[in-house]
Design a protein around this ligand. Structure first.
Ligand SMILES: NC(=O)c1ccc[n+]([C@@H]2O[C@H](COP(=O)([O-])OP(=O)(O)OC[C@H]3O[C@@H](n4cnc5c(N)ncnc54)[C@H](OP(=O)(O)O)[C@@H]3O)[C@@H](O)[C@H]2O)c1
Length: 235
């Protein structure tokens, strides 16, 4: 399969940043796209279905998936992308930021899969793509809680690969380094910090997601790690 014609993709966190770029790219490749975010905003994608959905709320995700299937008839692709980040010395991190990272990045990912999986299992070409992070592959300084949440996403996706591979659902973690979005500034980052220089674009990540989804179905990519050339491969 070289295009996404006939496939339906649900992307969480699709109102801006990597999620919006991914939705635009998948729609450009022929997919019908459903866009979930708290605002419910459509970033200008013709024919897309957008609905307000807070991934911290399992019922909100169930409603999003049901509305997507009602609109398009089926669901073949889930991109778990909605995420938040806050950085700084561990003890300085406000408890609300700790809770939000776990609620959005960990519980939100699990809730999204729970809601979408019954439909993915009915598809003859199903994919789960989790937008995790380099922070899901290695410990990064001043990012303990964010790393914990991203390791959780990678762990979930790896485990689901074992469970779902023979049932026709491919599971892939995409692990970017710095991407120039609103998120990249996060809480606790300032423009002069070295990790903000020379970042990738949201479209760079979207192209990787499209590559993952358009591999022939005799194989799958388990994990794709990408980093800007300005970032080291350690630390
Ligand atoms: N930017 C980077 O450097 C980078 C690097 C590696 C990995 N990532 C990962 O990539 C993903 C996307 O990040 P981004 O850089 O594109 O961030 P972004 O520009 O801040 O966009 C985040 C998206 O998530 C949505 N969102 C936030 N909380 C939500 C919630 N509770 N329920 C539903 N949607 C929610 C936001 O929409 P609303 O505000 O409308 O809800 C928005 O669409 C995240 O998982 C992030 O961890 C980012």
């Amino acid at each position: 399969m070289t295009t996404l014609q006939g496939r339906v993709a649900l992307i969480t966190g699709a109102s801006r940043g990597i999620g919006a770029a991914t939705a635009r790219t998948l729609a450009g490749a022929g997919a019908q796209v459903a866009l979930a975010s708290r605002s419910g905003a459509n970033p200008g994608i013709d024919g897309a279905f957008a609905q307000a959905c807070d991934v911290r709320d399992a019922a909100s995700l169930e409603a999003m998936v049901a509305a997507t299937v009602a609109r398009f008839g089926h669901l073949d692709i889930l991109v778990v992308n909605a995420g938040v980040g806050a950085y700084g010395p561990f003890l300085d991190l406000p408890m609300e930021d700790l809770e939000e990272m776990i609620d959005v990045n960990v519980k939100g990912a699990l809730y999204a899969v729970r809601a979408a999986l019954p439909h993915l299992l009915r598809s003859d070409a199903a994919d789960l793509v989790t937008i995790a992070s380099e922070a899901g592959r290695r410990g990064l300084p001043y990012e303990a809680t964010y790393c914990a949440s991203k390791f959780a996403q990678v762990g979930m996706t790896r485990a689901l690969d074992h469970e779902l591979r023979e049932r026709g659902v491919r599971c892939t973690s995409v692990c970017p380094g710095g991407v120039a979005t609103d998120f990249a500034m996060g809480h606790g980052r300032t423009p002069e910090m070295p990790q903000l220089a020379g970042m990738m674009s949201a479209d760079d990540v979207a192209e990787i997601v499209l590559f993952v989804l358009t591999r022939p179905r005799n194989h799958r990519l388990l994990e794709v790690a990408l980093r800007p050339v300005t970032e080291t491969s350690w630390g």
